[in-house]
Design a protein around this ligand. Sequence first.
Ligand SMILES: Nc1nc2c(c(=O)[nH]1)N=C([C@H](O)[C@@H](O)CO)CN2
Length: 116
Amino acid sequence: MDIIRIDRLALDTVIGVYDWEKRIHQRLLLDLELGWDIRPAAETDDLSKTLNYAAVSERLLEFADRETFELIETFAERAAALILAEFQIPWLRLSVHKPGAVPQAQSVGVTIERHA
Ligand SMILES: Nc1nc2c(c(=O)[nH]1)N=C([C@H](O)[C@@H](O)CO)CN2
């Protein structure tokens, strides 16, 4: 299985367990590894035969803009389910980073792997 990557996709969303967090937007950074066979696209040089990373990114930005979350775990699971279902991806690994959540850390986060 080949991998199509999206690195450090920046999203602003309402996320957090504390009351003050429910009144603001905070930045999340996503790393995605999306399982895909890239050979049909490489052989034909045809975008329609591959997974369009721009379309995936746009869908995630829209999702983050419309929804609210408490936990980054919830964000990760729901984002993974959405991408698996809508883009016919067999497998993905998704990391969600929340920069600044712990002042002494560059970021905190979760990583999940899911199959369709
Ligand atoms: N495992 C988690 N721990 C914490 C989360 C979370 O989403 N998952 N969230 C918070 C707060 O929202 C924090 O980010 C505020 O700074 C605390 N722990």
